[in-house]
Design a protein around this ligand. Structure first.
Ligand SMILES: Nc1ncnc2c1ncn2[C@@H]1O[C@H](COP(=O)(O)OP(=O)(O)OP(=O)(O)O)[C@@H](O)[C@H]1O
Length: 258
């Protein structure tokens, strides 16, 4: 386990300290330790039922470990309030296809967090939504019902929802399940671009070992608590410079082929 709060210029974004989790009496995660540094790309791999989604839900505060501690950006998770720094794209089957919201409504819901969803949007919030729709090339779908879209289109809607706050940490749970190979390849190109050029820290659950091997490298694996973490660090000194974390929406848009 890495216990130092920083490595070079990179602070710990997620610190998982000896956590345990059970659903009722069924243990799922036992003694898991792991740290994620600023601008890492972490591929989270494990067999079905190993607890990957459960871990992500703990990292975004939806579940609480029964023992141990998780810190986000150095703060214990129960004191953490800066949720706009974290974008989360849950597993695709988390969406009820009958959910009546439009694409624009789903994307803007990313602004609210635990705040009131029914207030009027400010001009600035509407413009953030327009930027995220534009970046994901879904502005023409803005008024369509989310349940009527293809899997690849829905995936871009949920990514736009996660990007609307310009997050520093992006958490993706099996984002390419049920999507054709070509769309998947385009998606990974976009994710790599975001990692390399927008300096976002990523945690992505995937069963796609080709993606893991090509981008993260087979040898980058660390194991803990029954899960495998493939990690690509970006610790080169030039990455220690302060960078403008604002997304260039135009640049991002250009990585997407539709
Ligand atoms: N709400 C729940 N109540 C009880 N058990 C649950 C609940 N959610 C998940 N589980 C069980 O906990 C275990 C871990 O589930 P989890 O979804 O975290 O696994 P996973 O590694 O993401 O699996 P997969 O690769 O299939 O998505 C599984 O055995 C699952 O059946």
């Amino acid at each position: 386990m890495q216990t130092n709060a920083r490595f070079g210029c990179h602070q710990q974004i997620v610190t998982i300290d000896d956590i345990f989790f059970s659903y009722e009496n069924k243990p799922v995660i036992s003694g898991l330790n792991f740290s994620i540094l600023e601008r890492d790309f972490v591929g989270l791999v494990g067999s079905n039922g190993a607890g990957k989604t459960t871990l992500l839900k703990m990292i975004v505060g939806l579940l609480k470990p029964v023992r141990g501690e998780i810190r986000l950006f150095g703060q214990p998770i129960d004191q953490f309030r800066d949720w706009e720094r974290v974008g989360y794209v849950p597993q695709k089957n988390a969406l009820n296809p009958l959910f009546p919201a439009t694409v624009r409504e789903v994307v803007t819901s990313g602004l609210f967090g635990k705040k009131n969803m029914f207030r009027r949007l400010s001009k600035q919030e509407r413009s953030k939504a327009d930027d995220a729709l534009y970046a994901m090339r879904i502005e023409d779908l803005a008024d369509r019902r989310i349940g009527q879209l293809s899997g690849g289109q829905q995936q871009r809607v949920f990514l736009a929802r996660a990007l609307i706050n310009n997050p520093e940490l992006l958490i993706l749970d099996e984002p390419t399940v049920g999507i054709d190979a070509e769309t998947q390849a385009g998606f990974f190109r976009m994710i790599r671009h975001m990692h390399q050029h927008h300096h976002i820290t990523f945690i992505m659950v995937t069963h796609d070992m080709d993606m893991i091997q090509s981008y993260l490298g087979e040898d980058s694996v660390q194991k803990s608590g029954g899960l495998s973490f493939y990690v690509k660090h970006t610790h080169e000194p030039e990455n220690c410079r302060e960078t403008d974390l604002t997304h260039s929406m135009q640049q991002l848009r250009e990585t997407i082929e539709v």
